[in-house]
Design a protein around this ligand. Structure first.
Ligand SMILES: [Mg+2]
Length: 244
């Protein structure tokens, strides 16, 4: 896969995943380290792109805004279940029916298996096994059991050493497409940077809107057109776009 070209400022809209793209993945979700210059870099980029910059994450919007000093004009959280624009108002879906039943099962699981970490995101639940890689199969089985108890309103979303239960009718791709339909995004060419399986829907949505995806990290089968090797390369590419 090739390195991405430098997009045209006048037409580009940037969509940036957070973990594994803007910051290196850490042993636990709250242990990530934000590079000191990153919020300022995003602010400069947003100015150059006339506000067409969105962080698209599986995390809650409140966490993204906390890590980035709210420098991204737009933020999509919980894979699309939450969204915020420049006015600061947070739009959230209702909690899926069955979420409480799934939460009870995964809480018990994290008590039974101390190597598993349950991250309760409110509208979504993530079960991590980064601290105990041997528990991956057990975690996936427990997540399937929790999804079965919750029903069709919650869907499984596998990731890197994590499996999530998220509202079934949201995805990063549909969130990207919804933003692209409105100003200031309408008519622009979306470029989506992501590293994980959950980003594939957004790579496809970006391509469908005439833009492209950039896979970050090890190469694999992907809907992205371009590739950057790591977070450091992402920062350099963003810096060149902000300066150029
Ligand atoms: Mg990621």
């Amino acid at each position: 896969m090739n390195a991405p070209p430098k997009p045209d400022h006048a037409r580009c809209a940037l969509f940036l995943d957070f973990d594994g793209v803007l910051v290196d993945i850490a042993p636990t979700p709250d242990a990530v380290r934000v590079a000191p210059g990153l919020p300022g870099l995003l602010q400069r980029l947003a100015d150059r792109l006339q506000g067409r910059l969105t962080v698209v994450s599986g995390r809650p919007v409140s966490q993204i805004d906390g890590f980035l000093d709210r420098m991204a004009p737009y933020a999509i959280g919980l894979h699309g279940a939450e969204g915020r624009g420049p006015d600061g108002a947070l739009r959230r879906l209702e909690a899926a029916p069955g979420l409480a039943a799934a939460r009870a099962i995964l809480r018990q699981a994290s008590t039974d298996h101390p190597g598993l970490l349950l991250e309760d995101k409110g509208l979504a639940l993530a079960l991590h096994w980064r601290g105990a890689p041997e528990l991956g199969d057990i975690a996936l089985g427990l997540a399937e059991q929790a999804q079965g108890a919750a029903g069709a309103a919650l869907a499984l979303q596998p990731g890197k050493m994590v499996v999530e239960l998220k509202p079934a009718d949201v995805s990063k791709g549909s969130a990207l497409a919804a933003l692209m339909a409105k100003p200031p995004f309408a008519g622009a060419l979306p470029v989506m940077l992501g590293d994980d399986l959950t980003d594939e829907t957004a790579f496809r949505a970006a391509a469908q809107a005439g833009g492209s995806g950039i896979l970050v990290g090890p190469e694999r089968e992907t809907a992205a057109e371009y590739h950057l090797p790591d977070v450091k390369a992402v920062h350099a590419w963003l810096q060149a776009l902000a300066d150029g």
